[in-house]
Design a protein. Structure first.
Length: 285
């Protein structure tokens, strides 16, 4: 999970570079997901793990989860050039706490006072970060801040959906392959309507970044879904703080980003919430 989280953070940084060069990011998202999904589908077929690929419940499940996946990837890729890789990365801390909240509402987990405190800290940290960032950007970019904050919610919803409706007989490799392919295909109509510069995807830097991101997708998603398959959605969501730390650090050192307003207070609240949550998990074990 550590390596996969570092890959996810790396993707965020790479997409900021691509987005800053006017790459058509919706088309970029679709191409990266379809390409990585095709690679994983081929691997599933070769390893004979794709026997249920065309089963109706598997296809419906993969399309829904893939749709959620492409939504938060597209938001991530499109907004990062406007709000910064550090802001987007730090927001990934929140899915840990939101996943637990949704699990309680759906009866998949129980209310625990320490976990409630953790959620409150995380939400407060997210509110501080979003409010400070929105106040420091232009009116045109304030909408991007709000859009980026939707990412943790969509990720948490997808974590819960995958856990609750995971089809019998489907392993993480096939799940990753179908979600990526179907999610990418669902993104194509929006890309065709909204991306006016499709040829920008073929520029040298954009094409190289696309290839790297496609490979990283093919490596990270089977790892993430493998963790969820074995340990459940709440444990998987603990990758969020790792993504936040890796992504924010990389943005400062490699992309020369200034620290987002309110970063220290928001980080203390959100990381504190995750630490409290982990203590609560250990007490439950």
């Amino acid at each position: 999970m550590l390596v996969a989280s570092a890959m996810f953070a790396g993707v965020t940084g790479l997409t900021k570079i691509a987005g800053s060069a006017d790459t058509p990011m919706l088309l970029f998202t679709a191409a990266a997901m379809i390409g990585s999904g095709a690679m994983l589908t081929g691997l599933a077929l070769v390893s004979r793990r794709a026997g249920i690929m065309l089963r109706k419940d598997v296809l419906i499940y993969s399309a829904v989860s893939g749709g959620l996946m492409v939504a938060y990837n597209a938001i991530n890729f499109v907004s990062v050039a406007h709000v910064g890789a550090s802001f987007v990365s730090l927001a990934f801390i929140l899915p840990t706490l939101l996943t637990y909240t949704f699990a309680v509402v759906l009866g998949m987990d129980r209310l625990v006072p320490m976990k409630i405190l953790a959620v409150a800290c995380g939400v407060a940290g997210g509110a501080v970060l979003a409010g400070a960032k929105a106040g420091a950007v232009s009116d045109a970019d304030a909408g991007w801040v709000l859009l980026a904050i939707c990412n943790p919610v969509l990720m948490a919803v997808n974590n819960i959906y995958r856990a609750r409706y995971w089809p019998a007989g489907m392993g993480p490799l096939l799940a990753s392959a179908l979600m990526l392919v179907l999610g990418g295909l669902l993104c194509l109509p929006a890309a065709a309507l909204l991306d006016s510069n499709a040829s920008g995807l073929l520029l040298d830097n954009a094409l190289l970044i696309l290839v790297v991101v496609t490979v990283l997708f093919a490596l990270q998603y089977p790892a993430f879904l493998g963790v969820q398959y074995l340990s459940g959605p709440v444990f998987l969501s603990l990758s969020g703080p790792l993504i936040g730390v890796f992504g924010t650090t990389g943005a400062f050192f490699f992309l020369s980003e200034a620290a987002p307003p309110g970063l220290l207070l928001a980080a203390v609240l959100m990381i504190g919430g995750v630490l409290i949550f982990q203590v609560a998990l250990r007490r439950d074990a």
